[in-house]
Structure formats: C-alpha cells, structure tokens
Design a protein around this ligand. Structure first.
Ligand code: FAD
Length: 410
C-alpha cells in the first residue's frame, strides 16, 4: 500500500481546504473524515513514518478501544469537555470500522480490545481510510512557520504554512501533534507552541501512564525484585486502581502503577493493598488456627514469590511461627499487607510515559467541533488537548472521537 505521494519542493503555494499537522491516530482519522466530505485534505508530519505510536502501542497489538468507555475514564481540568465527542463517536463505531476491515481482535481484560495479529492492522486501516477518501499524507515535512490572514472576500481566516517542502495554505488547520511522550517517536511540543501563538492557555504538562521511581537505599530492595509482579490495589488521596504491579530496576511499574501515576503527586504516599482479593484479617486468623507451626514468611510465600515474601517479612520486621504472633504483631502484619505505604521519588519521565497530562485548555475549544474559540479555522484534537485517558484503550478512543468531531466540521 503506498504510504504517501511525495510533494516536490516548489515555489508554488499548495492550496488545501484542510491541513492537518500530525499523522498519528487523531490526525489520520480526522483526515479520512474530512476528505470523505469532499474537503481537499492533506496531513503533514515531520516524521519518516506515520502512526508510529499506533505501531508501538499495546506491546505491538494496539489496545485500540475499550468496551466500557465513560467520561470518568478521562482526566481534564474541564471534566465535561470530553462527553460530547465520546458520545457522538463511540467505541462501537470504531469496533464497526475494525470489523469492516476484518481485523481480528480480542478482549484482554477490563474491556480492553487488542488486535490479535498486530498494531499494523490499525495503521493500515487508517491509511486505507485516508486513501479511499482521497486525503493526502506528506511525511518528512518540517513546519517552519504558521501565519493567519483574514480573506476579505470570503470573510474567513486563511492559514499559510511555511515548510521544508514549500508553502501551503488552507481554510481549516488542525493541530494533531500529540503530547511530549517518547520524543524518539516524533513527539514534540509543537502543538503547544501553536496554541500559545494563537493566544491559548496551556495547563502544565506532566508525564502520564508512567512508571514511578524509588530512591536509594530502598531502591536496592525493589531492584533485587525486578520482574516480580503482584496483584494489588493501589491508592492515593485521589484515586484507586486494582491491577498488577511490577517491581523494576528503577522502582515500580505495571498497569496499577501506570494508572495511579496519572493521579499521584510528588511528595505524596501510595497506599498499597497487597491482598486485594481476600479479607486479610480472616485469612491470617484462619491460618494461625490451622497452620500454627509455619513461619510468617512461609505463609506469605503462598501468595507471593519466595523473594517477594522475604522482602515483605523484612519490611514488617517480624518472622516467627504463626502461633507466636501476639495481637500487636497480628495487627502490624494486617496493617502492612493491606496498607503498605511507600513514597515514590518521581516519574520515570517522558522517555517511557504513554501519554502527557495537561496541554491545551479545553475551555477555549468548542466541544462540538474542536475549533478554537480564539482563532476561526484552527482546531486542536487528540492528546495535545488537556484530556488524558486511563490505561486500557481510552487514549485511542479519545483520538478517534475528537478527530471525528473535527472531521465533520473542518
Ligand atoms: C508506548 C506507548 C503505548 C501506547 N499504547 C496505547 C494503547 O495500547 N492504547 C491507547 O489507547 N493508547 C496507547 N498509547 C497512547 C496513544 O498512543 C496516544 O494517546 C495517541 O497516539 C494520541 O494520538 P494523537 O494523534 O493525538 O498523537 P500521536 O499519535 O502522538 O501523533 C502525533 C503525530 O504528530 C507528529 N508531530 C509531532 N510534532 C510535529 C511537528 N512539529 N511537525 C509535524 N508533525 C509533528 C508526530 O510525528 C506524530 O505522528 C500508547 C502510547 C505509547 C507511547
């Protein structure tokens, strides 16, 4: 399948109805929708390949949506903003598109839908949608400057883009440049710069869905357990998630930690229930009665690996036979197993974060059309906006929904 028609560098200005900057999930979806309405559309991207994050997503199998999408799955300073687009282009609409292409998929857990074969299936779907609608895609195109001028005859704004491939003009300019995560994949702060240029407010950005780090001397214990995963319920003052947690060489990761990283603030503790699927006090009491001769470490090893059980016993500071546990020690053990408190030292950062929190303030964007309320004809979609989904296919669903909303209007 052809990737793009390379546009020769020329001194002639190339005129389009719609220019979309960013050939990622949102940009390609928007291009297909706009071109399907007969709008002369082109997507410009500085990278050498389109949809790089789609390709690397979901461990190569792209978790493209979720069966249970709710506004509560999204973080934003303006929590109502996402509702309109999400209700107009739902997970069922995207699933119907996936079905149209005969792409095999499966539900992994918590409603998360993954490709059976490869993320390439979703990249190809986007490419095919663009191609059949007649949208052009131009890669390796560096945007140098964007200017806006009012066309006195038509009364509408026209945008001129100076690029490494010459000048382009359009009536509708869509910024779909994503966030700051994974700079090696083409991520840049370009979208934020354009928002600022046109007077938009920005919320501070922060890595989201990212592993958390632990400082020495505690790090040595965590690093020694790297690769061990346990089911936990992790909480901050703001949220709670019941999923797997992974010990790493830098601290902690796994779905539970990625989820909570969207809510955790530096300096705050994390409270971790290490036995979220049982009533810890009943379980301990039952074992004290039934297996009084075994050690606490042996009991913990029925729930965790030997090495993790050893670490927890060391943290509790008790290792004796169950029958020797006195009441304060029983309470101390229960307290530890249900409310282990740790203080991460920070985020592992944009190099590994799946998303970027914060971004373009949505109070200055139409939730119906995604057009800027400050600059007519300018649109922001996808991750560049201050809307961030939970782990589980929600970020792509936001890309699809916001892109479709803008694509119907540009
Ligand atoms: C490792 C990883 C795994 C992920 N897995 C999932 C998952 O399974 N499910 C899920 O829902 N979400 C997942 N995400 C998040 C998801 O990929 C993003 O939320 C989504 O891609 C955002 O779409 P977007 O179109 O807004 O931005 P992007 O997909 O990031 O696209 C932005 C595009 O803009 C281009 N661009 C940037 N700056 C410029 C510039 N200056 N000039 C021209 N072009 C520019 C980039 O090259 C890129 O092509 C994952 C993210 C990562 C990093």
């Amino acid at each position: 399948m052809p990737v793009s028609s390379d546009i020769p560098i020329s001194s002639e200005t190339k005129a389009f109805d719609v220019i979309i900057i960013g050939a990622g999930a949102a940009g390609l979806m928007c291009a297909a929708a706009a071109a399907a309405r007969g709008r002369k559309t082109i997507v410009l991207d500085h990278a050498n390949k389109m949809a790089k994050k789609v390709l690397m997503s979901g461990g190569g199998r792209c978790n493209f949506t979720n069966l249970y999408v709710e506004p509560e799955n999204f973080l934003s300073h303006n929590p109502h903003f996402c509702k309109s687009a999400l209700s107009r282009y739902t997970q069922w609409d995207f699933i119907a598109l996936v079905d149209k292409y005969g792409i095999d998929y499966y539900e992994k857990t918590h409603g998360q839908l993954f490709c059976k074969n490869s993320s390439r299936d979703i990249r190809d779907l986007l490419m095919q949608e663009c191609q059949s609608a007649g949208a052009k895609i131009q890669l390796k195109c560096k945007i140098i400057e964007i200017t806006q001028k009012l066309n006195k005859e038509s009364g509408i704004n026209q945008y001129t883009l100076e690029t490494s491939l010459g000048s382009f003009t359009c009536d509708s300019l869509v910024i779909a440049t994503g966030g700051l995560s994974i700079p090696t994949m083409g991520a840049s702060g370009f979208g934020y710069d354009i928002a600022k240029q046109f007077g938009h407010n920005l919320y501070p950005t922060q890595p989201g869905l990212t592993p958390l780090t632990i400082k020495q001397p505690k790090l040595a214990d965590f690093a020694a357990l790297a690769g061990n995963a346990i089911d936990v319920e992790v909480s901050t003052n703001h949220a709670s998630f019941k999923e797997a947690m992974l010990f790493t060489h830098k601290g902690i990761s796994g779905p539970a930690i990625l989820q909570i990283s969207n809510y955790w603030k530096p300096g705050e503790p994390l409270h971790i229930n290490l036995l979220p699927n049982i009533i810890c006090s009943d379980w301990l009491q039952e074992n004290i009665e039934k297996r009084p001769e075994i050690n606490l470490k042996t009991l913990l090893a029925t729930q965790f690996s030997q090495s993790v059980a050893g670490f927890f016993v060391q943290e509790i500071g008790i290792d004796c036979k169950l029958k020797q546990l006195d009441h304060p020690q029983i309470n101390q053990t229960i307290q530890f197993l249900t409310q282990w408190t740790i203080y991460p030292s920070g985020f592992e950062g944009y190099k590994v974060a799946e998303v970027t929190l914060g971004g373009v303030d949505t109070s200055e964007i139409s939730s119906k059309t995604f057009e800027s309320q400050l600059a007519q004809g300018l649109y922001f979609i996808g991750e560049v906006l201050d809307v961030t989904g939970h782990l589980g296919g929600f970020n792509f669903q936001w890309a699809w929904a916001s892109a479709q909303a803008a694509g119907q209007h540009v």
